[in-house]
Structure formats: structure tokens, C-alpha cells
Design a protein around this ligand. Sequence first.
Ligand code: GP9
Ligand code: MN
Length: 454
Amino acid sequence: DIVQSLQPKINNLFGHDKALKKVLDYYDENIVDETQNDYTGVFEGKNVIVIHAESLQTMALNRSFNGVEVAPTLSRLANEGIYFSNYYSQVGVGTSSDAEFTFGTSLMPSSNGTVFVNYFDREYQTIQKAFKNKGYYTFSMHGNTGDFWNRSTMHQNMGYDKFYSKSSFEIDETIGLGLSDKSFFKQVVSVIKEISEEQKGPFYGTLITLTNHTPWDDLELMDEYDTTMTVEIDGEQIVRDYLSGTTLGDYFKSVHYMDQAIEEFIADLDNEGLLDDTAIIIYGDHDARISKNKYEFMYNYDPYTDEVKDEDDEGYINYNEYEYRLDKSVPFIIWTKDRAYTKEITTATGMIDAYPIIENLFRLEKNKFQLGHDILGLNSQDNTVVFTDGSYVTNKIYYNGQNGEIYSINGDVVDENYIKINADYAGTLIDISNDIITYDLIKEIKNKSSEEVE
Ligand code: GP9
Ligand code: MN
């Protein structure tokens, strides 16, 4: 009995020591150095508004129906700003909250449970704290209750000075899960105005949208967005209503609504004089969880026959598992009103890279624990984006961590070594993150190094 009851304690001790050694060795070999490149400090001192866009996927941008774009504002911001068009969310079961975590810490989310719920009492090195250290006032805003994903606790832990949750807003219009994005953004502008008047320094604020959350079945308050396709058959114009009522059709309507909400928000900020010295950062938090067969239908629908093409038909798209996974890419946009930096980055980039990129643009103090890279400033041509299940994507291949399958993205051939080095790297990032999270190692390592200094 004694052995039995002591076993978890012994394992934990042993696990801790092993984890600490592994993490210290990793950072010894991968020192996060100061960098200087074309983008260092170019946005230093500007206010920051981060829009955490619920379920926004890249495939919704630059897509039109009947000549009208699904997301004209987001597409415009992407074209006018710094746009990562090959960017991936790296969430685990903690979805929205994992996106906030990876974006804010440059670590992978936990593989066992969810950081926001299970590891909320650990110390993390966050982008919010880094902005605070530069004299920024930090806040977050979201139309849902503060206890959802344990945000009230975790937003404080991450270094937000204030979290404006549901109770801070007037719930005057509800769509889907709660307060509509349009009402939310309208109300947010006046609060940001107050903040900017009251605070002496700049601000860093995260706005978490809500309306574009699955299941997109509450569309009455949204403008009618027409997802039909018109074709001419025997001189007659035929309208094919092939997507209405389907998950993808409803999703596009909902994204169109979010796009309008963001368009109005940016116009309102501008009217209040809040846009001139502010960088707008937008990311899709994770894919919309729409099943593969819906995409297959959309890509292979033939409006002339009103049927779905099969392998023998001309123009048939073999939409395999990997095309589907690549379609889960989400946008990452950094935009300023003066359009000072316009650039599309096609290098595979992950959400853990957001912090190092922003850190460089705003000249923040280096986060020594970051696992991501400054893909913008370092101008990488190839990069490895790791997913929580050990899969990864680069500019050349998608590697399935579950069965070892390789998908060549552009027909590139890679050698065994490339596959192995990246698979090891994926395992390392996942292990280091889990060790840090489970054993609260950032706190311990920081304490150790300050003791050494003394
Ligand atoms: C809820 C919202 C959705 O407040 O952020 O979370 P999700 O279901 O996407 O993880
Ligand atoms: Mn989400």
C-alpha cells in the first residue's frame, strides 16, 4: 500500500527532474538571440488592437459569389497589410482558448487537457506582459461570460489589466452564442476611446468575436448574402441555389456578416481618431470544423448538370485528406491605416510564430522561452508548423503524425532526412511545451537564473 500511494509522487518527482533537464538543454542549444532586421521596431509605440476572429478560414477570403466577395474588408486589409496566407492554427481540445494561449506565449498548447482550464495557475511568459513592460495598458473584450474557458482567471494570469466580458456590455442584439459582433464592436469603440483618453501610454487590446461560431443557423439578423451560381444553358440564365442551407453556405453568410462588422468597426475607430496610431492585427482562431464532404461537394459541383462530378468528369478535383487539412489554414493580418508595409508571406507559419513576429515589429523584450520564429523579419523560405498530434506542414510536405504518411504539396520530392528531422522537431516542440506547462518550469527557470545573478 505504501509503495502504491507513493508511486505517483515518485513518478512526478522523477518526471519533473527529467523535464527540467530536457527543457534547460533545449534552451541551451536554441538560444533566443536579439535580432535586427528590416522590420525591427517599425511599429514601436503604436497602439495594438488584436481581433481574434472566431472560426475564420483563409479559404473564405478572396472568394466571391455573383461578383460579391465573401469577405471584402478582410481581403482588402490582407492586400494592404502584412498578410500570412499560409498560416495555421495549432490548437488542441482547448480550441479558442488554445489559440489565445499559442498566440500569447509562443508555446504549443497542452496535449493533456487545456491550459486555460487545467494549468491556469502556472506562470507564462506572455505578449501581454511584454507590452505591459513597454508601458502599454492591456485589456481584452468578449461578449460571452467571463467564466467561459476560465478566461476571467487566465486573462489576468496572462497579463491583461482588465477583461471586459459579457456583463460589461449591453446585450441588445443576440445572434447564435450571444451578443452580436456588430453590437459588440459598436460598444467596444466607445470603451477604447475612454481607455485612450484615460491612459497616458499606448494600449494593447484583444477583441474576441463570437457570432461566427458554429452552427451558423441563426442568420435572420444578417444581410442576405447570395451564395448561388448562375449559368447560361441554351440561352437561358439558370440560377443554381446549390449552397443555401448547407453548412458551407451558411458559414460564408456568417463570415460575410463578420466582415461587415469589422468594416464598420474600423470606420468607427477612424471617425474617433483612433486609427492613425494603431496597428490592427487579425487572426482566425482555428478552422470552422466543417466536414470534408462539404468541401468536396462545393469544389466538384457542376452547375450545368446540377450534379456532383465524379472521377471521370472533366475538371474533377481529387480533394484528398491533405487538401482538406491545408484548407484549414487561417488568415493572419497586420494592418495599419497608412499601408506602410504591404507584403504577402507564403512561408508556412504557425500561431506560435505570431509572438516572435510581433515582438520584432514592436521591439518588445525577447521572450527567451518562445518556440516560434520571426518568419517576417528573418525572411524564411521554408518553415515547419507543428500540430498537437505530431503532424506537421512545411512549404513542401504535409506529414501525418498518426500514420507517417507524407503528402507532397507541389510535387516536391524530399529526402528521408528532411522528413525525420522535422518529425523530431515536431516531437521536441510538443514535449518542451508540455514539460513547461505541466511542471511550471518558466517560473522555476526564471527563479533559478535570478538566483544565479545574485
Ligand atoms: C466562446 C468562444 C468560443 O466564448 O470563444 O470558443 P470555442 O468553442 O471556439 O473554443
Ligand atoms: Mn473559437
